[in-house]
Design a binder for this molecule. Structure first.
Ligand SMILES: NC(=O)C1=CN([C@@H]2O[C@H](COP(=O)(O)OP(=O)(O)OC[C@H]3O[C@@H](n4cnc5c(N)ncnc54)[C@H](OP(=O)(O)O)[C@@H]3O)[C@@H](O)[C@H]2O)C=CC1
Ligand SMILES: O=C(O)[C@@H]1CCC=N1
Length: 264
């Protein structure tokens, strides 16, 4: 594949998920840099021929596409040392939550194109949902960004003012879904399965439920109606879950997550 060299600045949970997903999807590992200060923690990526370094400047100088995957409180300090090395020839992609295009742009010299992307950790297996937003990026750079994130799953373009919402629904959503699965497993063990079997049944069942929506495009309730036998066990359990605040607790949790981002 004719590939621009990509530098992922910040090889933590998300940065390494992106790197792993890219090499799983035929990107050349030798054209991917991943940086972090504790570089030894990237040895597993190094073993897969990804270039790992603690030297951000080296990575930026050698790459065309820069993906910033740092914690929001670190980005300004890191950009300070990199500003003079980031040029209009670079495509800058930020996956940093709660750090706007305008804030990013204010840390760089003029005329640098930036795209904000909000993927999730399922990027590692090519199953991310990534929301993209940009103000000044060219159609070519938006397409390049899409190509990268399409290799990591699905993409959708949104207004930047929905990026906090995308962070919560798409990125935090992985954790919410996993907690749901964990509760299914705990319930499954209580009704008789060993943990391994319960995990397999719960995970595949949730995957199947998602696929029913993704492949058929139906409303969840339409698929639920197919499962709920009148006077049956599904509706009895489902109603008890709702009496206990199931949907309400999820909605409230989602709102609390976004309020946490937007409180400052
Ligand atoms: N985790 C997720 O599911 C998602 C995260 N995000 C966003 O992505 C960003 C990263 O999150 P996450 O991966 O979870 O955080 P992590 O803390 O796991 O990763 C950040 C990485 O940055 C590295 N780092 C710190 N300072 C530097 C530096 N000076 N140069 C290079 N690397 C540095 C750290 O490693 P070291 O200490 O070794 O330097 C660390 O591994 C955040 O803004 C988050 O909001 C967005 C969507 C999903
Ligand atoms: O919890 C967080 O703040 C980050 C943003 C999305 C996922 N993790």
């Amino acid at each position: 594949m004719n590939q621009d060299t990509i530098a992922i600045i910040g090889g933590g949970n998300l940065g390494r998920s992106i790197a792993q997903g890219l090499i799983k999807n035929q990107f050349n590992p030798e054209q991917i840099y991943v940086t972090r200060t504790k570089v030894a923690l990237l040895d597993d990526l190094k073993a897969q021929h990804i270039k790992t370094t603690s030297n951000n400047i080296e990575a930026v100088k050698n790459a065309k596409i820069l993906i910033f995957a740092l914690k929001p409180y670190r980005i300004e300090a890191v950009l300070k040392e990199l500003t003079s090395h980031i040029t209009p020839e670079h495509l800058v992609i930020s996956v940093i939550s709660d750090f706007s295009l305008e804030q990013f742009s204010n840390c760089l010299t003029p005329n640098i194109q930036i795209v904000r992307a909000m993927p999730n950790t399922a990027a590692a297996i090519g199953e991310s949902m990534t929301c993209l937003a940009s103000k000044n990026a060219s159609a070519e750079n938006i397409s390049k960004t899409k190509l990268i994130f399409e290799a990591l799953g699905e993409t959708i373009e949104i207004d930047e003012n929905l990026m906090d919402a995308a962070t919560v629904l798409g990125a935090c959503g992985i954790a919410y879904a996993l907690r749901f699965i964990r509760a299914m497993i705990q319930g499954g063990i209580e009704i008789g399965f060993d943990a391994k079997t319960a995990t397999k049944i719960a995970s595949q069942t949730v995957k199947g439920a998602s696929e029913l929506l993704l492949q058929n495009g139906n409303h969840p309730e339409e698929e639920i109606d197919k499962v709920t036998t009148p006077k049956g066990c599904t509706i009895a359990g489902l109603n008890e879950m709702e009496h206990q605040g199931f949907s309400s607790s999820l909605i409230k949790g989602i709102k609390t997550s976004i309020e946490t981002i937007q409180k400052d």
